[in-house]
Design a protein around this ligand. Structure first.
Ligand code: NIG
Ligand code: FE
Length: 400
């Protein structure tokens, strides 16, 4: 069955329709049609006669793509925010039993079904905010069996066509669990967790920073993962530049994420390797940090991606539109850069060439908004403003 939308304004994000005055490839009085999960027409209403049957909405965009989330978490870490507001840092939080280890305890005591249920509910709330593809990391299990419990819950959600499409990432190095030395933990990840994660995840990730994992530790695990066919994305430079951006470039990572702390040589390495910079403004807002060097990244033509970082500690949100609003307000991205960073560039950073723009033959991942213009979309309004969210031709949110 052919379905579609008519809209006062359609943003195609198609580079062949984009130019200086129209950076998002917008079509006024447009129409998008789809059949069997693929887009069959994008253009002017007058060029598509059957369009009079389609709902008329103010604004249509490609589905938003959240390229960095820790959405597979359970429990609550609300107490940490108060500690932070009182001036505490991660050491104070850890001293009170909080942080990544607290999420790890919660994963240990939840069943796989509980984890799946929580993830499903969260993904549906993200969908209501316009997300049609979501990257989801493990990284709260830490121990082999618990990481795999998370990865299986993510794989189950990925098979559910009533949810956003999922890209699964094995966050191999996030924190060292009790009972392990650094060396014994890395050895366990390499010998046990990674081989079992290979069939479940598409990417590997590691938290490369001071007080986290070193360049050498991350190189060892990420190279082994890459040799097993996984793509690489890395947390780098959230607190200090320890050379993580250069490592991401060396490993051919599709994205280097955070980058509040990155020097010129790291930026040059990312540009030369074509590695995207995934900016996570909710995390730096929560931590009260200064923005990444956006002007230098832009000047070096590093592709910019914006993601939510949804997690219970440093980015307690499920909202990619909120991240876009903060990317504009706090990081100085233009609204157009922010939107490209949550659609076309986000798709490339996940290795997905079938989405991120509205073009004939692409997946029908489409959002109809009750907002008149994309500049309203990146204002910090905070409530869902979608009228329909379509994933591969299926309306998973439908309030048209
Ligand atoms: O992306 N930096 C490391 N990991 C997460 C935080 C995870 C957590 O606190 O649970 C991040 O900010
Ligand atoms: Fe993160």
């Amino acid at each position: 069955m052919i379905s579609g939308f008519r809209a006062s304004r359609i943003l195609t994000l198609d580079p062949s329709l984009s130019h200086k005055e129209n950076p998002l490839g917008a079509i006024e009085h447009g129409c998008v049609a789809f059949e069997s999960g693929r887009i069959t027409f994008v253009g002017n209403i007058v060029d598509y006669k059957e369009s009079r049957h389609f709902p008329l909405v103010p604004l249509v965009t490609p589905g938003l793509i959240d390229a960095h989330t820790h959405a597979c978490w359970v429990g609550s870490r609300h107490d940490e925010y108060a500690i932070r507001m009182a001036g505490g840092d991660y050491r104070d939080i850890a001293a009170r039993g909080g942080g990544i280890i607290a999420s790890s305890r919660a994963i240990a005591s939840a069943t796989e079904a509980d984890i799946g249920h929580t993830l499903r509910a969260r993904l549906l709330r993200m969908a209501a905010l316009g997300v049609t593809t979501c990257e989801v990391k493990s990284g709260y299990g830490l121990l082999p069996e618990l990481e795999l419990k998370q990865l299986r819950a993510i794989a189950n959600a990925a098979a559910d066509r009533s949810l956003p499409s999922i890209v699964s990432t094995f966050l191999a190095l996030h924190s060292i669990p009790a009972g392990y030395s650094r060396t014994s933990y890395i050895a366990t990840v390499l010998a046990e967790t990674l081989p079992a994660a290979v069939g479940l995840a598409q990417f590997v990730d590691a938290y490369v920073d001071e007080n986290a994992f070193t360049i050498d530790e991350a190189r060892l695990v990420a190279s082994a993962a890459r040799a097993n066919g996984l793509g690489v994305r890395l947390h780098v430079g959230q607190f200090a530049d320890v050379g993580g951006a250069e490592l991401a470039a060396e490993l051919g990572a599709l994205s280097a994420d955070h980058l509040e702390h990155v020097l010129g040589r790291g930026i040059e390495a990312l540009a030369a390797a074509g590695t995207a910079a995934c900016l996570l403004p909710v995390a730096s807002f929560t931590l009260g940090q200064s923005p990444p060097p956006v002007a230098a990244l832009r000047a070096a033509r590093v592709p910019l991606v914006v993601a939510s970082d949804a997690n219970p500690g440093t980015a307690p949100t499920e909202s990619l539109p909120l991240a876009l609003a903060l990317a504009v307000r706090l990081y100085g991205l233009t609204p157009e850069e922010a939107l490209i960073g949550a659609t076309r560039n986000a798709a490339s950073s996940l290795g997905l060439s079938d989405r991120g723009m509205l073009q004939i033959g692409m997946r029908a991942d489409i959002v109809a908004w009750d907002l008149a213009h994309e500049h309203a979309l990146i204002q910090p309004w905070g409530t869902p403003r979608t009228r329909a969210v379509v994933v591969e031709g299926n309306a998973i949110v439908n309030i048209v």
